[in-house]
Design a protein around this ligand. Structure first.
Ligand SMILES: [Zn+2]
Length: 398
């Protein structure tokens, strides 16, 4: 009898401590999550408007534990904006396609079109994996990122009549507000439509939003959630819903950009918003861990543009970053390199894609030059000061 008790106790001890003390080192090594192989899932997380320098300062102060963790498990590299405006439409379009604006037609928030069919990371992945693969987008912004307005047209005559009416109304209003003041002739704004002719009738064609066509390939496309809490909570709900299928999620946090415009890049509010982005990114990782999916999921955190130092604008803010748990990411890159990285990690053969991607995976040595954005806006991209110069030489009205 005594012997049996001893044996039971010994077995219990083995059960309790076995894993910790008696597993050989090679088995421990094999148990460690290795994310070097192809992932089951990828989540691309956007910190809209997160300036690289400010992010690095926060990291040094220990304010961004999630980004720090990603850096330790994978990498934190510099991303520079080389083509397209440092704004939201140009930024997310480039990040979600891997192309320069000359291919997508999305140059800036004001100069854009519906991205041609098939070019987005969502459409590429659906084509590669089939319909069982889940694509979802949960987006904080309501304009410039996520909005899904289709292209539309109207007879040109109607559009011009409406415009004339609107101009007359404005002139009348101005005259009422400031009687006697001479209405300044404004330089005519470039029309926001192009003209096409069909069966002898001219139409004004208005562009759709960049995301209109790509959104149709997604299982879930939600935008305008505004608050990080809403975006994060919804993303976590969707992880629960789709946990049994492989997926690609785009989760977009908007609070950094919004607080930057409201309070400035050096404000306490902007700093707090970065901490909030990090916190919600952490909650998403926590959920993945609970579901047992974290070791099979690559996370990429990036931004569409930075912020003008100390200002409430990002007219030239080309310095951002990529933080990831992907141990294969090893080099700095450009905004167009992010989709190629995601596609290559999922096993898509990039050499077969048409038109050829402009970016290259950050997991491989670059074959094209990895460019760094200049400190000041390149001359060619500055708006032409033509109109201003002309006005100066004209005689000033009394
Ligand atoms: Zn902005």
């Amino acid at each position: 009898m005594k012997r049996l008790v001893w044996w039971t106790m010994a077995l219990a001890l083995v059960g309790l401590l076995g894993g910790r003390f008696w597993t050989p080192a090679w088995a421990e090594e094999a148990k460690k999550p290795s994310r070097e192989g192809p992932p089951r899932n990828i989540i691309l997380i956007g910190w809209d408007g997160a300036q690289r320098n400010h992010v690095m300062e926060c990291l040094q102060r220990g304010e961004l534990p999630t980004l720090k963790r990603l850096q330790q498990e994978g990498a934190l590299v510099n991303i520079d904006v080389i083509t397209g405006a440092t704004d939201t439409k140009a930024g997310w379009t480039q990040i979600l396609t891997g192309y320069h604006p000359t291919v997508t037609g999305v140059f800036s928030n004001g100069r854009f079109r519906d991205v041609p069919e098939g070019l987005s990371v969502f459409e590429r992945l659906k084509k590669h994996f089939g319909q069982d693969f889940v694509c979802a987008a949960v987006i904080g912004k309501s304009g410039h990122c996520g909005e899904i307005r289709p292209p539309w047209k109207k007879p040109l005559e109607e559009v011009q009549k409406q415009q004339e009416k609107a101009e007359k109304r404005k002139a009348k209003q101005a005259a009422q507000e400031q009687p006697g003041a001479q209405a300044k002739p404004k330089p005519k704004a470039k029309p926001e439509y192009r003209i096409v002719e069909e069966n002898g009738v001219q139409y004004a064609v208005f562009e759709g939003s960049p995301y209109y066509t790509m959104h149709k390939s997604c299982d879930v496309w939600e935008y305008g959630l505004m608050l990080d809490e809403k975006v994060g909570t919804r993303a976590i709900e969707l992880l629960e819903k789709y946990k049994d299928k492989p997926f690609f999620f785009f989760v977009h946090f908007a609070e950094v950009d919004h607080s930057g415009h409201k309070h400035g890049e050096n404000s306490a509010e902007y700093n707090a918003a970065l901490i909030s982005n990090d916190k919600w990114t952490g909650k998403i990782i926590e959920k993945l861990e609970q579901l047992g999916l974290y070791d099979k999921t690559l996370i990429y955190v990036t931004a569409d543009h930075g912020f003008d130092e100390g200002k409430t604008s990002h007219s030239y803010a080309p310095y951002v970053f990529l933080g990831t748990n992907d141990p294969l990411v090893r080099r700095d890159g450009m905004r167009q390199d992010i989709t190629p990285t995601i596609l290559a990690r999922f096993g898509v053969d990039l050499s077969k894609l048409q038109p050829p991607l402009d970016g290259e995976p950050l997991t491989q040595p670059a074959t094209k030059p990895v460019l760094k954005a200049p400190e000041t806006k390149p001359q060619a991209e500055k708006p032409k000061p033509k109109a201003k110069a002309k006005r100066k030489t004209q005689p000033v009205a009394p």
